[in-house]
Design a protein. Sequence first.
Length: 400
Amino acid sequence: MTTQTAQAESKEVNKAWFYFVLSLAILSTQTAIVMVPALLVEIATDLEVSVAISGQLNTASFAALAVSIVAVGPLADSFGRRPVALAGVLMVLVSVLGSAFAPNMEVFLALRVLGGLGGGTIPPTSVGVVSDVISPARRAQAVGGIMGTVVLTSAIAVPLVALFADLWGWRFTFVLASILLATALLLSWFWYPRDSRERSRDLVFFARYWSLLSMGFFRVALTVIVTQRLAYWGLISFLAAYLIQAYDLSVGFVALPLLIAGAAQVIGSYAAGFVATKSYRVALMAVTTAVGGACVFLFFAFDFGLWPAVALGTAGSGLLSVLAPVMVAATTEYSGESKATGASTIGVGNFVGGVLGAGLAGALLAIVGYEGIGYLCLALTTGSAVLLAVFARQLRVNTG
């Protein structure tokens, strides 16, 4: 679709409602995905398992997200963003409502898998629909805004989840999340942009991925994103649990540190929209990754006291939030008419990192303790920064 066609279609879209409905869909589905880390201690106590075992709920979600996001890009590019996005929100709604009444860990894990399959539809379809509506000149900032909305969940919803769980129990938070999802689904049905572009309706699944992965950019970007997001999700999965157990905090009080860390992630994601357009963006990604990893290492490995620890965790989470949105925005420079598939490629790396990061961090927690997570994150971020430096040429801004 040409730029002129995209701009003509954008005039038919009520942009205020477009951004509101899209943001609500992102916020509600991401809340469903990231709310569990703040509740791990409460869930473990209620279901009579260890925190390391309850942490595998994160692994189940990320594994399903990785599977989902592989298929979603080609589906959305072939059959349209709207039906794929609506189906995804519905799946997450069923998962979250069922989780409120989960009787044991096995049922809970199955429901998290369902939610992950649905949640994986939203980021690539959102990038795709924004790319359809927004002009190329403003696309990087728009994609940065989408990613900022994703992490805004951590700044707003996750602390609220912790607070409500402290007041009324962790199951009640899933009921509230299901109400938010139902509202998002209803509004999306009426206001999510309809695709006026003619599509072949043929699912050229492997052809789209093969075309993209034949480019040096996507091969390098996928390697870098997996490595860095291993560290990011290792931190996010156990940040709240570490603060609760290391400093004897209540789940309600930990809402404040989560709010502070979430605000840093929002800033990092929005800043990525500007970093993505700079000729020296690779250097900025390498620096933020290396320094962020050092902060995470210090957070888990040493006891500096509560508020210095919060400062380190906040700095680490904010700095590690820059790379992924830059990579997603950069895919729109290279992916042509397969922009949802391009976003899915980076999304796969993100959630593969989530699966391995949550899983490895949980294993190290059980074997070594929290300091093991710190050493893991330091090694991964150092490796990611080195990869960025070595393969900087493949990740340069595409002006073609």
